[in-house]
Design a protein around this ligand. Structure first.
Ligand SMILES: NC(=O)c1ccc[n+]([C@@H]2O[C@H](COP(=O)([O-])OP(=O)(O)OC[C@H]3O[C@@H](n4cnc5c(N)ncnc54)[C@H](OP(=O)(O)O)[C@@H]3O)[C@@H](O)[C@H]2O)c1
Length: 328
């Protein structure tokens, strides 16, 4: 591989801006091309990151020369369509969470990545943050004993209008797919696939979930108590319970650098890690490393993990009665 790595970006919105800024932390990583639904926005974004190519449609970016990977950062309903188009063209993809709208779409994306021998990964950035690595290491080293359960939340009160992508059903809005996905992912990472799911939600006026509470059971006997919300500013902490202690991932747990271990009759033990930038370059680096090794998936955010995550989200949606047009 060249010493430069050329990223393409589809959907130059808020998160794409943060992702592109963080590429500065990776030697050789560059924004090479930008695709927007509107050429002026593509050009403005390309100019601010000195990208040589810009396109006024998402379709056109697949013809861009020398692209090493594309980052898909559109609203949820665009993930499947934009990702599959790139994969069919043999272009590796890092796609924002959730990888698609449902399990059937995720299966199709994975099948396409395999058939085209082309890299695909869901951009679940928390998986690659130093704090997540540290948490997993502490568990592996037995610091809290056998795992018993997890409690995690991700809630912020949103005053965005109903048309915004987070509330708009036609764009795949809803708290579960947008932010509830993080606690569901944490429990999956710790315990594997769940065997029982209970969930309740408040469905808002736009027809999507605004406040979703979940209880999951795992084959190892562990339990997870999870919450995602656009209605309340929750504390956004995670507690991972073991029979010899508890790991407290401080707020906001999904992007933290600090965590503590609590044990009976002992002072909490604080652990800190360094995080550079906002933290989006860690997932970008994983993509670059995997592609450099000729892999079509990451071991740490594997196709199987994304598929299992979507199976959980589908089951939770069944429990709360949330159906999207893509499910029909
Ligand atoms: N990893 C994280 O920390 C994180 C944080 C926030 C969001 N996300 C994920 O990133 C994705 C984008 O989120 P965002 O907050 O960046 O979204 P956003 O700014 O609202 O939208 C991103 C871009 O999508 C394009 N787009 C395509 N169809 C659209 C439509 N019908 N309405 C509005 N925009 C449309 C727009 O670009 P053009 O019109 O210029 O093409 C827009 O700028 C979502 O999948 C979200 O779940 C991840």
């Amino acid at each position: 591989m060249n010493s430069t790595f050329n990223w393409g970006i589809i959907g130059p919105g808020k998160i794409a801006q943060q992702f592109a800024s963080d590429l500065a932390f990776i030697p050789g990583a560059k924004v090479h091309a930008v695709a927007s639904r509107e050429i002026g926005r593509a050009q403005a974004f390309a100019n601010s990151f000195e990208a040589p190519f810009h396109y006024g449609s998402y379709e056109d970016i697949v013809g861009c020369p020398d692209l090493d990977a594309v980052y898909v950062a559109t609203p949820h309903v665009g993930h499947f369509e934009n990702t599959i188009r790139c994969l069919e063209a043999g272009i590796p993809v890092l796609c924002e969470k959730p990888l698609a709208m449902n399990y059937r779409q995720v299966e199709l994306l994975i099948d396409t990545a395999r058939r085209k021998n082309t890299f695909l990964m869901e951009a679940l950035w928390t998986r690659f943050l130093p704090s997540t690595r540290l948490m997993l290491k502490l568990i592996r080293e037995g610091e809290i004993g056998e795992l018993v359960g997890v409690k995690a939340d991700f809630g912020f009160r949103s005053d965005l209008p109903p048309e915004d992508r987070i509330f708009n059903k036609a764009l795949g809005g809803g708290a579960l797919l947008d932010i509830g996905i993080y606690p569901v992912f944490l429990a999956l990472l710790l315990f594997g696939k769940s065997c029982e799911i209970k969930a309740m939600a408040k469905i808002g006026t736009t027809g999507v979930d605004e406040d979703t509470h979940m209880l999951l059971r795992y084959p190892g006997g562990q339990l997870a108590q999870l919450h995602g919300s656009f209605l309340v500013d929750s504390k956004r902490e995670a507690f991972i319970y073991g029979d010899e202690g508890t790991i407290h991932m401080h707020a906001n747990w999904y992007q933290q650098t600090n965590l503590s271990i609590f044990r009976a009759q002992a002072e909490p033990q604080l652990f800190s890690v360094e995080k550079k930038g906002l933290g989006y370059h860690y997932e970008a680096q994983e993509v670059m490393d995997c592609i450099g090794k000729g892999k079509i998936e990451s071991d740490r955010m594997s196709h199987a993990l994304s598929a299992a995550l979507m199976l959980s989200l589908d089951s939770i949606r069944r429990e709360i009665g949330l159906v999207y047009p893509e499910d029909e």
